[in-house]
Design a protein around this ligand. Structure first.
Ligand code: SF4
Length: 250
Protein backbone atom coordinates (compact mmCIF):
# COMPACT_ATOMS: atom_id res chain seq x y z
CA UNK A 1 0.00 0.00 0.00
CA UNK A 2 1.35 3.46 -0.86
CA UNK A 3 1.81 5.83 2.07
CA UNK A 4 -0.25 9.00 1.98
CA UNK A 5 1.80 12.17 1.93
CA UNK A 6 1.02 13.16 5.50
CA UNK A 7 1.55 9.75 7.06
CA UNK A 8 4.65 9.30 9.17
CA UNK A 9 7.22 6.74 10.20
CA UNK A 10 7.34 6.74 13.97
CA UNK A 11 9.49 4.50 16.15
CA UNK A 12 7.61 4.89 19.43
CA UNK A 13 5.48 7.16 21.60
CA UNK A 14 5.94 7.10 25.36
CA UNK A 15 5.96 9.30 28.39
CA UNK A 16 9.11 10.00 30.35
CA UNK A 17 11.18 12.73 31.93
CA UNK A 18 13.30 14.96 29.74
CA UNK A 19 16.93 14.04 30.26
CA UNK A 20 18.76 16.69 28.23
CA UNK A 21 18.99 20.41 27.81
CA UNK A 22 17.37 23.34 29.59
CA UNK A 23 14.15 21.46 30.34
CA UNK A 24 15.82 18.50 32.01
CA UNK A 25 13.48 17.04 34.61
CA UNK A 26 10.25 18.02 32.87
CA UNK A 27 7.62 15.34 32.34
CA UNK A 28 6.86 14.99 28.64
CA UNK A 29 5.23 12.80 26.07
CA UNK A 30 7.84 11.74 23.51
CA UNK A 31 7.13 11.02 19.85
CA UNK A 32 10.30 9.45 18.47
CA UNK A 33 10.15 9.57 14.67
CA UNK A 34 12.19 7.03 12.77
CA UNK A 35 14.76 7.80 10.12
CA UNK A 36 17.87 9.97 10.16
CA UNK A 37 20.26 10.56 7.27
CA UNK A 38 23.01 12.06 9.40
CA UNK A 39 25.72 10.11 11.19
CA UNK A 40 26.94 11.12 14.64
CA UNK A 41 29.61 8.94 16.25
CA UNK A 42 27.77 9.25 19.57
CA UNK A 43 24.22 8.57 18.34
CA UNK A 44 22.24 6.91 21.13
CA UNK A 45 19.08 6.31 19.10
CA UNK A 46 20.40 4.02 16.38
CA UNK A 47 17.27 1.89 16.69
CA UNK A 48 15.37 4.85 15.23
CA UNK A 49 17.93 5.72 12.55
CA UNK A 50 16.11 3.61 9.95
CA UNK A 51 12.40 3.66 9.19
CA UNK A 52 10.80 0.82 11.07
CA UNK A 53 7.84 -1.32 10.03
CA UNK A 54 5.99 -0.78 13.30
CA UNK A 55 5.43 1.96 15.81
CA UNK A 56 5.17 1.16 19.54
CA UNK A 57 2.48 3.07 21.41
CA UNK A 58 3.60 2.74 25.02
CA UNK A 59 0.46 3.42 27.01
CA UNK A 60 -0.44 3.25 30.68
CA UNK A 61 -1.63 -0.34 30.31
CA UNK A 62 1.22 -1.59 28.13
CA UNK A 63 2.49 -1.43 24.58
CA UNK A 64 0.48 -1.61 21.37
CA UNK A 65 2.19 -2.07 18.03
CA UNK A 66 0.71 -0.38 14.96
CA UNK A 67 1.93 -0.52 11.36
CA UNK A 68 3.99 2.28 9.87
CA UNK A 69 3.37 4.71 8.30
CA UNK A 70 0.94 6.07 10.87
CA UNK A 71 -1.93 8.49 10.49
CA UNK A 72 -1.15 11.89 12.07
CA UNK A 73 -4.62 12.41 13.58
CA UNK A 74 -4.65 8.93 15.14
CA UNK A 75 -1.20 9.41 16.61
CA UNK A 76 -2.15 12.82 17.99
CA UNK A 77 -5.21 11.25 19.64
CA UNK A 78 -2.96 8.72 21.40
CA UNK A 79 -0.59 11.51 22.50
CA UNK A 80 -3.51 13.51 23.87
CA UNK A 81 -4.89 10.51 25.78
CA UNK A 82 -1.48 9.75 27.31
CA UNK A 83 -1.02 13.40 28.26
CA UNK A 84 -4.52 13.49 29.74
CA UNK A 85 -3.68 10.52 31.95
CA UNK A 86 -0.47 12.13 33.25
CA UNK A 87 -0.48 15.11 35.63
CA UNK A 88 2.10 17.82 35.04
CA UNK A 89 2.93 17.18 31.39
CA UNK A 90 5.09 20.01 30.09
CA UNK A 91 4.86 19.34 26.36
CA UNK A 92 5.18 16.87 23.54
CA UNK A 93 8.84 16.26 22.69
CA UNK A 94 9.17 15.54 18.99
CA UNK A 95 12.43 13.72 18.63
CA UNK A 96 14.11 11.05 16.54
CA UNK A 97 15.78 9.98 14.40
CA UNK A 98 15.45 13.38 12.79
CA UNK A 99 11.93 14.83 12.86
CA UNK A 100 12.55 17.39 10.12
CA UNK A 101 13.01 14.58 7.60
CA UNK A 102 9.20 14.15 7.70
CA UNK A 103 7.78 17.68 7.38
CA UNK A 104 4.57 16.65 5.61
CA UNK A 105 3.63 14.41 8.53
CA UNK A 106 4.70 16.93 11.17
CA UNK A 107 2.69 19.74 9.63
CA UNK A 108 -0.52 17.79 10.20
CA UNK A 109 0.46 15.93 13.38
CA UNK A 110 1.57 19.05 15.26
CA UNK A 111 -1.57 20.99 14.35
CA UNK A 112 -3.61 18.24 15.99
CA UNK A 113 -1.32 18.13 19.04
CA UNK A 114 -1.50 21.89 19.56
CA UNK A 115 -5.27 21.85 19.06
CA UNK A 116 -5.39 19.39 21.98
CA UNK A 117 -3.67 22.03 24.12
CA UNK A 118 -0.22 20.45 24.29
CA UNK A 119 2.84 22.65 23.61
CA UNK A 120 5.42 21.29 21.16
CA UNK A 121 9.10 20.88 22.06
CA UNK A 122 11.13 20.09 18.94
CA UNK A 123 14.48 18.31 19.17
CA UNK A 124 16.37 18.57 15.90
CA UNK A 125 19.80 18.48 14.30
CA UNK A 126 18.73 21.63 12.44
CA UNK A 127 20.22 20.55 9.14
CA UNK A 128 17.20 20.95 6.86
CA UNK A 129 16.44 24.58 6.11
CA UNK A 130 13.21 24.16 4.16
CA UNK A 131 11.53 21.83 6.68
CA UNK A 132 12.78 24.05 9.52
CA UNK A 133 10.88 26.98 8.03
CA UNK A 134 7.72 24.90 7.79
CA UNK A 135 7.86 23.38 11.28
CA UNK A 136 9.20 26.31 13.33
CA UNK A 137 5.80 28.06 13.53
CA UNK A 138 4.33 24.86 15.01
CA UNK A 139 7.02 24.59 17.70
CA UNK A 140 6.93 26.32 21.08
CA UNK A 141 10.44 25.36 22.20
CA UNK A 142 13.29 24.29 19.93
CA UNK A 143 16.32 22.35 21.11
CA UNK A 144 18.71 22.49 18.17
CA UNK A 145 21.99 20.61 18.09
CA UNK A 146 25.08 22.16 16.61
CA UNK A 147 27.02 19.17 15.32
CA UNK A 148 30.81 19.26 15.46
CA UNK A 149 32.17 17.74 12.22
CA UNK A 150 34.97 15.81 13.93
CA UNK A 151 32.34 13.88 15.94
CA UNK A 152 29.85 13.52 13.10
CA UNK A 153 31.47 11.97 10.06
CA UNK A 154 33.36 15.08 9.00
CA UNK A 155 30.36 16.86 7.50
CA UNK A 156 30.70 20.63 7.69
CA UNK A 157 27.33 21.88 8.87
CA UNK A 158 28.01 25.46 9.95
CA UNK A 159 26.80 27.13 6.72
CA UNK A 160 23.41 25.47 7.18
CA UNK A 161 23.21 26.52 10.82
CA UNK A 162 23.81 30.15 9.93
CA UNK A 163 20.65 29.96 7.79
CA UNK A 164 18.54 27.93 10.22
CA UNK A 165 19.31 29.87 13.40
CA UNK A 166 17.17 32.89 12.36
CA UNK A 167 14.31 30.53 11.51
CA UNK A 168 14.27 28.87 14.91
CA UNK A 169 15.29 32.07 16.68
CA UNK A 170 11.72 33.27 16.29
CA UNK A 171 10.73 30.57 18.81
CA UNK A 172 12.10 29.82 22.27
CA UNK A 173 15.46 28.37 21.23
CA UNK A 174 18.49 26.85 22.86
CA UNK A 175 21.39 25.07 21.20
CA UNK A 176 23.07 21.91 22.39
CA UNK A 177 26.66 20.95 21.56
CA UNK A 178 27.91 17.46 22.38
CA UNK A 179 31.59 17.43 23.32
CA UNK A 180 34.03 14.52 23.63
CA UNK A 181 37.74 13.89 23.83
CA UNK A 182 39.29 13.79 20.37
CA UNK A 183 37.04 16.49 18.90
CA UNK A 184 38.70 19.37 17.07
CA UNK A 185 38.60 22.10 19.67
CA UNK A 186 38.41 24.90 17.11
CA UNK A 187 35.12 23.43 15.95
CA UNK A 188 33.70 23.97 19.43
CA UNK A 189 34.81 27.61 19.56
CA UNK A 190 33.53 27.92 15.99
CA UNK A 191 30.10 26.74 17.16
CA UNK A 192 30.13 29.32 19.97
CA UNK A 193 31.21 32.02 17.52
CA UNK A 194 28.46 31.01 15.13
CA UNK A 195 25.83 31.25 17.82
CA UNK A 196 27.21 34.54 19.13
CA UNK A 197 27.21 36.02 15.65
CA UNK A 198 23.50 35.28 15.48
CA UNK A 199 22.51 36.27 19.04
CA UNK A 200 24.63 36.17 22.22
CA UNK A 201 21.46 35.68 24.26
CA UNK A 202 20.61 32.25 22.82
CA UNK A 203 21.50 29.70 25.52
CA UNK A 204 24.14 27.10 24.76
CA UNK A 205 24.02 23.73 26.52
CA UNK A 206 27.33 21.89 26.50
CA UNK A 207 26.56 18.20 26.74
CA UNK A 208 29.53 15.96 27.62
CA UNK A 209 29.11 12.77 25.62
CA UNK A 210 27.61 9.88 27.56
CA UNK A 211 30.29 7.22 28.18
CA UNK A 212 29.77 4.16 26.02
CA UNK A 213 28.13 6.10 23.19
CA UNK A 214 30.93 5.64 20.65
CA UNK A 215 33.17 8.53 21.71
CA UNK A 216 35.71 8.98 24.47
CA UNK A 217 34.12 10.69 27.47
CA UNK A 218 35.12 14.33 27.95
CA UNK A 219 37.42 14.86 30.91
CA UNK A 220 36.91 17.58 33.51
CA UNK A 221 39.60 19.82 32.00
CA UNK A 222 37.97 19.76 28.56
CA UNK A 223 34.52 20.41 29.98
CA UNK A 224 35.75 23.39 31.99
CA UNK A 225 37.67 24.78 29.02
CA UNK A 226 34.58 24.54 26.82
CA UNK A 227 32.45 26.26 29.44
CA UNK A 228 34.88 29.15 29.87
CA UNK A 229 35.42 29.68 26.14
CA UNK A 230 31.68 29.56 25.44
CA UNK A 231 31.00 32.03 28.26
CA UNK A 232 33.47 34.46 26.67
CA UNK A 233 31.16 34.60 23.68
CA UNK A 234 27.65 33.89 24.99
CA UNK A 235 25.56 35.18 27.88
CA UNK A 236 23.95 31.92 28.99
CA UNK A 237 26.05 28.75 29.02
CA UNK A 238 25.21 25.57 30.89
CA UNK A 239 26.92 22.20 31.15
CA UNK A 240 24.27 19.47 31.36
CA UNK A 241 25.04 15.78 30.75
CA UNK A 242 22.37 13.31 29.68
CA UNK A 243 20.43 12.64 32.87
CA UNK A 244 17.87 10.02 31.77
CA UNK A 245 20.67 7.47 31.35
CA UNK A 246 21.71 8.02 34.98
CA UNK A 247 18.13 7.57 36.17
CA UNK A 248 17.53 4.50 34.03
CA UNK A 249 14.76 6.26 32.10
CA UNK A 250 13.93 5.70 28.46
S1 SF4 B 1 21.30 13.55 14.15
FE1 SF4 B 1 20.47 12.57 16.01
S2 SF4 B 1 19.45 10.68 15.29
FE2 SF4 B 1 20.77 11.42 13.61
S3 SF4 B 1 22.69 10.27 13.89
FE3 SF4 B 1 22.91 12.23 14.98
S4 SF4 B 1 22.29 11.82 17.12
FE4 SF4 B 1 21.54 10.10 15.84
Amino acid sequence: MTAQRDQGYVHEVFRSIQGEGLYVGAMQIFARLSGCSFCCNYCDTRGAALRTEECALRGIDGDTMIANPVDPAELAAFVASLAGATPGIHSLSVTGGEPLEQPDFLEVFLVHVRAAGLPVYLETNGLLEGPAARIAPLSDVVSMDIKLPSLCGGTDTFDIYSKVLPIFGARELFCKVVVAEGMKYEEFTGAADLLASYDRMVPMVIQPVTPGCGCEAAGAALIERCCIDAARRLVKVRVIPQCHTVMGLR
